[in-house]
Write a protein that binds this ligand. Sequence first.
Ligand SMILES: C[S@@+](CC[C@H](N)C(=O)[O-])C[C@H]1O[C@@H](n2cnc3c(N)ncnc32)[C@H](O)[C@@H]1O
Length: 310
Amino acid sequence: MGQRRGLGRSGQWAQMRAVTRRVTAPTWGPWRAGRAAVAVRLPRVEAYVHGHSGAVAKAHSVRTVANSAPHLAGRLRPGLRVLDAGSASGALTRDLAARVAPGRVTAVDLAPDVVAQAQADPARPSNLEFRVADVTALPFGDAEFDVVHMHQVLHHLSEPLAAIRELARVARPGGIVALREADYGAAFWFPPAPAWQAWRECFQLVGRASGGELDAGRRLRAWLDAAGLTAFAQFSGSLWTYPGLAPASEIAASWADRLTEAHFAGLAAAAGVADESSLAATAKGLIEWGRSPAPFFAIPHVEALIQLPG
Ligand SMILES: C[S@@+](CC[C@H](N)C(=O)[O-])C[C@H]1O[C@@H](n2cnc3c(N)ncnc32)[C@H](O)[C@@H]1O
């Protein structure tokens, strides 16, 4: 009672509002409005929405600089010190390491099992090291890296700005921060399929309930604006495409597996978004779509190459 009176009458309430504003102002711009509206309706479960199961690990394993970091390819040189933030098992990181050798590459990820396995791999190149770390609180000093790379991680974070600021902090003056984010809301396919529509909505909602935002590509510029980095950024875009029967049925099967794997099914159920039987029905629809004549699926990405002032 006394506490409520205190909050209402004294400066404490104003002080509390000021603190709230200070904490939220950098992240609560117009871009955040839609996300907040959904986030309050759904139970919040902070988690990496895809998990690190078989289908996800397989999808990560085929990533290269050519297919996942085209905006950075021309800037990689032997001798550069590189950080790959949110590397997962590090297929893409290995390509980075090959291109900058003998420069050193450090890869960090929040998933201890994945990091331990990647670090223990006997085929790991000698200039590449994997460590467990949170991209919003990196265990590195200021200006330690020439290039800081992050691919498809911001969309999992409840505080993308905190991560962007950390990446800029550990890059040296004149160095590069390279970001690339998919945009699930912009994915498209042919022939039309209700199953892909259901897939999209399900991932968007579970992603938001897990603290992230899967329509991230379109928000990248706003995030960089809020971080004060737009003036130094070059924006570009590229598509992952799956044209024709074999690639389209493979991507449909991959997402069908992800939908029904225990990790995602658990998050979907906890968020009240979908139960096992509706996920199974969506997965079945995706597999059937993969057998349709002349199928095509694409997911757009937005890239930002930020050259920090020297
Ligand atoms: C979609 S995967 C991308 C992996 C890799 N960059 C690639 O493109 O192959 C996202 C990764 O970010 C990691 N991750 C999520 N939140 C993180 C955080 N706060 N700090 C570090 N890694 C994080 C996940 O564990 C996962 O491995």
